[in-house]
Design a protein around this ligand. Structure first.
Ligand code: F6R
Length: 612
């Protein structure tokens, strides 16, 4: 969603802000703006665009790239008020001296606005954000940091915000509550962003702000306080992502790059996680006592979107291997469902970003009820990591495309690793079987590499299917998840209506939709229920719907029943979604390209969904 960048230091602020805003574009946004503070004149130049960063850059060129070494920049994903110049951030106070950018939602903005207007403040925009610079103006007694703390004590809701004041020309103040914000620590300079990805070209030393903390940055010196003014010991981490990982590196889109990075991403996910001596899974960072894990009565996975599908696979793996009852809830439902979790339930929160508001809220609800919470995330220092008892890091590297691909595979693999670990703790499987499964898991990166060889065939298929309006995806057993995720990828990036179904469910309703213009993508690889899937495909054939089948190499069960056959490397069923989903990702990608869609930033979507 919205992106934030702030800077104070020796560099020229405007080009740095623009460059960083481009790096934040992937989060999804509709309008953008910057404010640059010139210490010589103690004046602030604000330039905003109701469109993309390119348009903002053009406007900045027109006004002649404002001078200054302190500045803030924002990409806005509209919530309160349309994407217009007036509603775009930064917002300012009545004096025009205080400028602020904000992610999140000020829940009590209506009553604050009424109070401010009664005092004579003028708030021309439709946004909730605009109340904050005016509140700061009201609280300002010559110290911006103190004014921000006092203003925020009157605010309800979620915020990550950065503020500058023309009268304090080397200072940037930042604060967060229930929305992500990190500070990059450079040599006599400080960067502030909603997102680690924007910081990695400049520094790998990152300060993670805690909930309700306020940071005051003056060039290289940062002081952190809680809202009541108590100085807080800052939490500093080192990020091991490379700047190149966050660039397209010759690929036309991040999505394609990330699909191709999957073997390497999985090698990182698996690094040091199978003990070479014992052949068994080891998960550093779990932080939950083995005795507690061994004794849990149930596992409850919470997640959203693609991560929810990875959650389904994780629950399936845990039930199959560790024989612990496991279920999955959409995180957005969990907290309102009076969930039956307590100290004997292991709650597993899966989230690429570690910042998804619904998943974070589910984590808090689970902890409130006494459940141990394990996070599976990709971003060190993220809010969910901070609030969970233990973490399994996906180690997949930065994922920039809005549609998740490599992190989905990493989530599936983390789910299998967790299931194997729980199975070992509970002696649910013979050690030999655990070792065999761990060894096969280690082979997955090579198998994914094999599946990627299908790309030319899938690209040609996509050309033929590019005109389609509807598609159905079916699978059974472990691959119901593959069907769901394949359908989600297609709708997200190509805007084609697609449904994922358990193959046996087709005849209970959705088969009514089938006709010669509705292709059915059937995942029909080696499995205990393959013969049943073949029967389901026969039912599809009888309705003249064209079939695209994903089958195990050399084991095509379809004769001429399927118009297109995509052969993937053989993998045992439990692990097979990791391999089988790859051609479906490629299919969604190439259909989207054929249809001229904005693959990396599909309409209406955001990478990190930080509102409920
Ligand atoms: C789909 C997609 C989303 C995310 C979901 C959760 O391609 O990316 O469905 O999976 O918004 O995001 P995280 O994993 O960051 O919690």
């Amino acid at each position: 969603m919205c992106g934030i960048i702030g800077y104070t230091g020796p560099r020229a602020a405007t080009p740095l802000l623009l460059e960083s805003l481009r790096r934040l574009e992937y989060r999804g946004y509709d309008s953008a703006g910057v404010a640059v503070l010139d210490a010589m004149t103690t004046s602030v130049t604000v330039v905003k665009s109701e469109r993309k960063v390119d348009e903002l850059a053009r406007k900045l060129d027109e006004v002649g790239m404002p001078a200054g070494h302190v500045g803030i920049g924002h990409t806005r994903w509209a919530t309160h008020g349309r994407p217009t110049v007036l509603n775009a951030h930064p917002h300012m106070d009545c004096t025009g001296r205080i400028h602020l950018i904000h992610n999140g939602i000020i829940e009590n903005y209506r009553e604050l606005r009424a109070q401010l207007e009664a005092k004579g403040h003028e708030l021309p925009s439709e946004t909730d954000t605009e109340v904050v610079p005016h509140l700061i103006e009201d609280c300002y007694r010559g110290n911006l940091e103190s004014a921000v703390r006092h203003a925020l004590s009157r605010v309800d809701g979620a915020y990550a915000l950065v503020v500058i004041h023309a009268d304090e020309p080397d200072t940037v103040v930042a604060a967060r509550l229930n929305a992500p914000l990190v500070l990059g620590l450079g040599n006599a300079e400080t960067f502030i962003s909603s997102d680690i990805t924007a910081l990695i070209p400049y520094t790998k030393r990152v300060m993670v702000l805690g909930e309700g903390e306020v940071a005051e940055a003056r060039a290289g010196v940062v002081t952190v306080r809680s809202l009541d003014g108590t100085v807080v010991e800052p939490r500093i981490i080192t990020v091991d992502w490379d700047a190149e990982q966050a660039q397209r590196g010759g690929y036309p889109h991040f999505m394609l790059k990330e699909i191709h990075e999957q073997p390497q991403a999985l090698r990182q996910t698996l690094r040091d996680r199978v003990d070479p001596d014992t052949g068994l899974v080891r998960l550093a960072g779990l932080e939950i006592d083995d005795g507690v894990l061994a004794g849990v009565r149930e596992v409850h996975v919470v997640a959203c979107g693609t991560a929810y599908y990875a959650g389904m696979a994780t629950a399936h793996a845990i039930e199959t291997l560790a024989r612990i009852p496991a279920r999955v809830s959409a995180a957005s439902e969990f907290r309102y469902a009076d969930p039956l979790v307590d100290a004997t339930t292991l709650v597993v929160a899966i989230s690429q970003s570690g910042e998804t508001a619904d998943t974070l809220a589910a984590v808090r609800e689970a902890r409130r009820r006494g459940a141990p919470v394990l996070a599976v995330t990709n971003v060190v220092g993220s809010a969910i990591n901070h609030e969970a008892d233990g973490v399994i890091l996906m180690q997949a590297g930065p994922e920039i495309a809005v549609a998740s691909t490599k992190c989905f595979l990493a989530q599936l693999v983390c789910g299998v690793l967790l299931a194997l670990y729980l199975a070992e703790l509970r002696s649910a499987l013979p050690v030999e079987e655990l070792r065999a499964l761990a060894a096969e898991t280690l082979e997955l990166p090579d198998k994914v590499e094999g599946a990627l060889q299908l790309e030319p065939q899938v690209a040609e298929l996509a050309q033929r299917l590019a005109h389609l309006r509807n598609a159905m995806y079916i699978g059974r057993g472990a691959n119901v998840v593959t069907a769901f995720e394949g359908a989600l990828k297609l709708k997200e990036v190509s805007y084609v209506h697609a449904e994922g179904y358990a193959a046996g469910e087709l005849k209970h309703g959705p088969i009514a939709l089938l006709d010669p213009d509705t292709p059915v993508v059937a995942v029909a690889t080696r499995s205990a229920t393959l013969a049943k899937t073949v029967s389901n495909v026969q039912e599809v054939n009888a309705r003249m719907a064209p079939v695209v089948a994903v089958v195990t190499a050399g084991e095509n069960p379809f004769d001429d029943m399927a118009a297109d056959i995509l052969e993937v490397p053989a993998v045992r069923e439990l692990l097979s979604p990791v391999v089988n989903v790859v051609p479906l990702q490629l299919l969604a990608y190439h259909i989207a390209v054929q249809r001229g869609c904005d693959v990396d930033q599909p309409r209406n979507l955001a990478k990190s969904v930080t509102v409920e």
